[in-house]
Structures are given as C-alpha cells and as structure tokens.
Design a protein around this ligand. Structure first.
Ligand code: MG
Length: 258
C-alpha cells in the first residue's frame, strides 16, 4: 500500500482482499434490495442485513464507525444518507428506499449503495427522473475514472449529469477512497471544486456515490445526529459503486451492477 497525503494506492495483495470485500458488499446489497417489502420496518432491514453480511463471512463496516448504531444505512424518501434502522419505522408501498451496505471482510472493506421503490410499481415521472439521473451520474463518474484523469474529472461528470436531469447536488457528503479503511483519501465531491484533485493512478480504489435530490441540494441532520435529509423535504436518491483504477480503465468491484 502506498499512502500519499491525498491518496492511497493499494498493492496487488490488498486489491485481492478488497475485491472479495466489495463483492460481498454488492451481494448483500443485491439480495437485500430484492427482499425489502412494504410493511417491513427499517429495523427488520437492518437485522436481515446483519444476517446477510454474516453469511458472507464479514461484519458490518458501519456498525460502531464513529458510533453509528446500525448494521447498514437505510434512508427513506427525503432522507439522503445515514438513516438508522428502527422497529417503529415501517416501509410503505412506493417509498423511495436507499440502502448503503458496508462489509468488513478480513482486513478489507466493501462499500456500496442503491435506491429503489418499495413494492415496485410505476413511479411518477419526477421520481423516475431522480432515479435515472442519479444512476446515470454514477455511470458518468465511473467512466471518467481513468488513469491520468483527476478526481475533478469524476466530479465534473457527476455534476454535469445531475444538472442535465435538473437535480440538486448534496455538497456536504462526498465519495471517497476505500479499501483498507472505510474512508481513505481522496474525497470525491459530486460537484467540481476549484481544486481539481489528485491524479488517478492504477491501484487506487474509489467509492463514487452521487447523492442527488429532486429539489435543492441543501440538507439538514436529524436530532439523532445521523440521519441526513433534504432541507426542502424533496426526495433523494443514492447509488454507490467501488471502482478500481486499472491501466485499462475503471473496473467496478461491487458487482452485480445496479
Ligand atoms: Mg461510501
């Protein structure tokens, strides 16, 4: 592992472990998104996630992180990220559910998130625009993650896509390096900053995660100290993949893909 002040490049041996952790996280995310049904509580989802993570041979990378009390983050409708599962919070048909799964497997970390509509069905046009725009922003960000590009190129690709879909960009929370620790440098904002960021090199692993809102990008944090929600109560979506920078381009580690 090469640790610069602003980036981490992982060794081949570490990448082998990170690959397994990312795959485990993606597998949990994928299974969980198929299991969530209206009528369940977010506490049920947390418990099921704990079981799935354990079945992968891992532990929750989020539980206890800076005191976070859940096994995963489950955020509903206007909640953006960091929602905590609760036995008193039921999922309604048509709710926009975002799940963020972190798995620690051995000494490595996998981190991935997705958003979906509980109970399926045809969402309203605005909701479709939010979901499609956020997913397309993630795809655009991943495509920009090529060797010799800079972090700012990923940010710009996400921002341009968000603007094209007319979505608000959350600025307080950002993507990040990931692999041996949950959050490693560099930060990956979903908007272009004046500092274009570090140059991407093979061996870097990045969690790219647009958090986009139907309304404005402004957010507030609940009294629980964790749950982030949109200030204007508009809906929010969140998709996240871990991407390895290779000589031949970006490789998504959190398969299956959304
Ligand atoms: Mg993340």
């Amino acid at each position: 592992m090469t640790i610069g002040r602003k980036y981490v490049r992982h060794s081949d041996e570490d990448i082998c472990g990170i690959r397994k952790a990312a795959k485990a996280a993606a597998s949990v995310r994928h299974s969980l998104s198929g299991l969530v049904m209206p009528g369940m509580t977010t506490g049920d989802i947390d418990r099921i996630a704990a079981g799935l993570i354990s079945a992968e041979g891992g532990t929750s990378a989020f539980c206890g992180y800076r005191g976070f009390p859940g096994n995963l983050c489950v955020s509903i409708n206007d909640e953006v990220v960091h929602g905590i599962g609760s036995s008193s919070r039921s999922i309604q048909r048509g709710d926009l559910v975002s799940i963020d799964v972190g798995v620690k497997l051995g000494s490595c970390i996998g981190d991935t998130a997705t958003s979906f509509i509980a109970g399926g069905g045809e969402p309203e046009d605005d909701v479709k625009r939010l979901m499609a725009g956020t997913l397309m922003a993630l795809e655009a960000g991943i495509k920009a993650a090529v060797p010799s590009a800079r972090v700012g190129d990923i940010s710009a690709a996400v921002e341009e896509t968000a603007k094209r879909y007319g979505l608000g960009i959350v600025r307080e929370y950002v993507g990040h390096g990931c692999g041996k620790r949950l959050h490693e440098p560099p930060e990956i904002p979903n908007f272009t900053s004046r500092d274009k960021g570090v140059t991407l090199r093979p061996g870097m692993v990045l969690a790219i995660e647009p958090m986009l809102n139907l309304g404005r990008g402004n957010v507030i944090v609940d009294r629980d100290g964790w749950t982030v929600r949109t200030k204007d109560a508009s809906l929010s979506a969140h998709f996240e993949h871990m991407v390895l920078i290779t000589d031949s381009g970006p490789e998504i580690l959190t398969w299956p893909k959304m």
